[in-house]
Design a protein around this ligand. Structure first.
Ligand SMILES: *Cc1c(COP(=O)(O)O)cnc(C)c1O
Length: 694
């Protein structure tokens, strides 16, 4: 109504669905001297409520949109409900409503103020409704003249609402031509049935407002419309009202009839009546609470489909909606979890079956996000995870990762967290070892799992060759620790020119391990290999390897023999396109001077997102519409300009790949004079990570 009338009136209106005993006062409160029309929604759930709302709104025109089945429990019967609703119109001079509704209460039907619509409507007689997606044309007879409108919706709820508005505009003497033009331009109101683009190429219809049978019917209708040939899923809470088995059976039938492939029921009643659904729908899942659902359902199960999210308000389905929303943000790092599993399998081909794998998930899994990545690795039976700092490990534990986790850089202040969350520290010096030993003694703990790090040439962290004797003796008489593993790190396993140094590192390591083996009488794991070594030095695998960058699809050995798939795609969209004349400059400090007339696009990414400033001024390129184009001028904090001259079909909103399958991160790293590790871990945390499985 607002969209149709805002050119003629200065309108004050209800924000969203502010229609309750509290919502209405808040809405009316907004009205000021400047307004010439107020549009307010009033809703009631039991007898006696409408009188209060009537006094607050005291409308001149009343519009009864839909009697519906919502809040039926508050009324003895539909007649009583209609009679109560009618009280709102006490002083109204005109009442617009569907003629069919009036049949319910003959006493009301004779009200002289009524202007009715519908097949039997007296004010506007509807003669035809033709749906032809995405439009519906509606014909009617008004004062004996044939008129029609076309609206950009095809669901029944929108059609009914449009007809109510149509009547109101006719009543306000807006010309039929103007009405037709404005109807054509209507947009979806983000209130109840909203359809949004969501993760994994899905669309979500979010009706997390109410859940009763009649609104469900409308929503399922909308779902079916929107899904077309795509698959669809329904996520439904307990019904707001009726609790009978019969009601749930009816709902199950309706869902089955809508041809939804997946059904997710949330709430104790849903669980109770699960059988009704399982009988008729092939894939059903039930959860007692939204929290339960969020924790145990993998959102990657949703892909290329339309999802109806419909829950009674108390269930707070907004929480679920938020999880679907991720992709709304224009700049994203898409993480292909399937590719990661393929990479893991590829490395497994080069790892002896008895050798364990420790996956490196430090630094937010090389930028790709921790909990999501770790759950996949846990599922695929990787043996160990490693993080750099204790808080990274705590985060993993909090999101339900139960497999062993090694922390490479423990600090005294994190000892408590290590113990509380069962995280296994790397001990690299006598200082840290003694401090942790003292802590365990104080806590009365025994047999706490730890890892011993040896420095064999990296000169970063670790015990040195000369420390080994003393260390072995110390550990021998200590029952507070249990040594899970002894390890070292290779400095140049990817580089053939340093292969003899690599071998030297390994012999130092082996010698040290022998000393430990004599001192400690139980077995422990030994490991030195990172991604490059796994492939280049298979003889150094010992009984565990530490897989890092290879997991994320980058072949650090650079031999090209491994069949790896990039896991992360960093992408953004075009915000604006313009033609710029030769001689003009682009961006800060006039660095990007154009040699010829050019088409310049501004993209929604800058150095604050991790798009390096070193890529500016023709150094770097981005991938758009099948080709690489150069970055023009200095990269800004949140935006960057690129030269798309010659790409005729590029338009605003188009996707631009910054690295990914079409533009290897290795290439971007080379432009920036750095290594892929830095590019990957620099993608800022404000960039949303979107996970998907193929
Ligand atoms: C990061 C890291 C690895 C993994 O290295 P990649 O080159 O990414 O495979 C292995 N070991 C240690 C100690 C590390 O810090």
């Amino acid at each position: 109504m607002y969209q149709l009338l805002h050119e003629d009136f200065n309108i004050v209106r209800s924000p969203k669905s502010y229609n309750s005993q509290i919502g209405v006062p808040l809405s009316v409160w907004q009205a000021g001297e400047e307004h010439s029309l107020g549009i307010f929604e009033a809703g009631i759930s039991q007898n006696g409520e409408m009188e209060a709302l009537q006094e607050l709104i005291n409308p001149t025109i009343g519009i009864l949109t839909n009697l519906g089945e919502a809040h039926n429990e508050g009324f003895a019967n539909p007649e009583e409900k209609l009679t109560e609703k009618w009280k709102l119109f006490k002083n109204a001079s005109t009442i617009i409503c569907n003629a069919d509704t009036l049949l319910l209460v003959p006493a009301i039907a004779v009200d002289k103020r009524i202007k009715s619509w519908g097949r039997k409507g007296s004010f506007l007689k509807i003669t035809a409704i033709n749906k032809k997606a995405p439009f519906t044309s509606i014909d009617g007879l008004h004062k004996g003249i044939k008129i029609s409108i076309t609206i950009p919706f095809t669901d029944n709820a929108s059609i009914e609402n449009a007809i109510s508005c149509w009547c109101t505009l006719l009543h306000l003497k807006i010309s039929t031509e103007t009405i037709a033009t404005r109807m054509d331009l209507l947009r979806t109101v983000e209130m109840r049935l909203q359809l949004k683009r969501a993760i994994n190429n899905c669309s979500v219809i979010n009706d997390s407002y109410s859940n009763d049978i009649s609104s469900l019917e409308i929503a399922l209708d909308f779902l079916q419309q929107q899904a077309g040939n795509q698959s669809s899923s329904v996520i439904l809470s307990d019904l707001g009202e009726s609790t009978s088995s019969v009601a749930y059976d009816r709902v199950a039938q309706m869902v089955a009839f809508s041809r939804a492939q997946k059904f997710i029921g949330i709430g104790p009643q849903m669980q109770l009546y699960a059988d009704h659904f399982s009988k008729q729908i092939s894939r059903c899942y039930f959860y007692s609470t939204v929290e339960d659902f969020k924790q145990h359902f993998s959102f990657n199960k949703f892909k290329d489909e339309v999802i109806l999210l419909k829950g009674a308000r108390t269930f707070q389905f907004e929480q679920i909606d938020l999880l679907f929303e991720q992709q709304m943000h224009q700049t994203v790092l898409e993480v292909n979890l399937t590719a990661m599993v393929q990479n893991l399998k590829e490395y497994q081909r080069y790892v002896k079956p008895e050798t364990k794998i420790m996956a490196m998930v430090k630094a937010f899994s090389y930028g790709s996000g921790s909990a999501e990545v770790a759950s996949v690795l846990q599922f695929h039976k990787v043996d160990y995870l490693a993080v750099a700092y204790a808080d990274e490990g705590v985060e993993l534990r909090k999101s339900g990762i139960s497999m062993p986790i090694m922390v490479m850089n423990p600090e005294v202040v994190t000892f408590q967290a290590l113990v509380d969350y069962n995280l296994e520290p790397e001990l690299y010096s006598f200082e840290i070892l003694k401090a942790f030993d003292a802590y365990l003694l104080e806590e009365g703990m025994k047999q706490f799992p730890v890892h011993i790090k040896l420095d064999t040439g990296m000169h970063r962290l670790g015990f040195e060759k000369d420390d080994v004797n003393k260390l072995a003796t110390l550990l021998k008489n200590n029952d507070r620790f249990i040594i899970k593993s002894v390890f070292s790190h290779l400095v140049a396993s990817d580089d053939p020119t340093h292969d003899s140094f690599t071998r030297q590192q390994v012999s130092l390591f082996e010698a040290a391990c022998q000393q430990f083996e004599i001192a400690i009488r139980y077995p422990f794991l030994k490991h030195v290999s990172n991604s490059a070594a796994i492939f280049r030095h298979p003889v150094f695998q010992f009984n565990m390897v530490r897989l890092g960058i290879g997991l994320y699809g980058v072949d650090s050995s650079a031999l090209g023999t491994l069949n790896l798939t990039p896991v992360a795609t960093f992408k953004t969209t075009i915000a604006q396109i313009r033609k710029v004349k030769a001689g003009e400059s682009i961006g800060y400090s006039r660095k990007g001077i154009l040699e010829k007339d050019s088409t310049i696009a501004t993209i929604r990414v800058g150095y604050a997102d991790g798009f390096s400033r070193r890529l500016g001024n023709w150094k770097g390129q981005v991938f758009i519409k099948g080709q690489l184009v150069p970055v023009i001028g200095n990269v800004c904090m949140d935006m960057t300009m690129i030269d798309i001259t010659g790409i005729e079909d590029a338009k605003e909103g188009d996707l631009v790949e910054l690295f990914g399958p079409n533009l290897p991160v290795q290439q971007v790293a080379a432009w920036c004079d750095t290594i892929p590790y830095e590019i990957m871990t620099s993608v800022s945390h404000r960039v949303k990570r979107v996970y998907y499985e193929e």
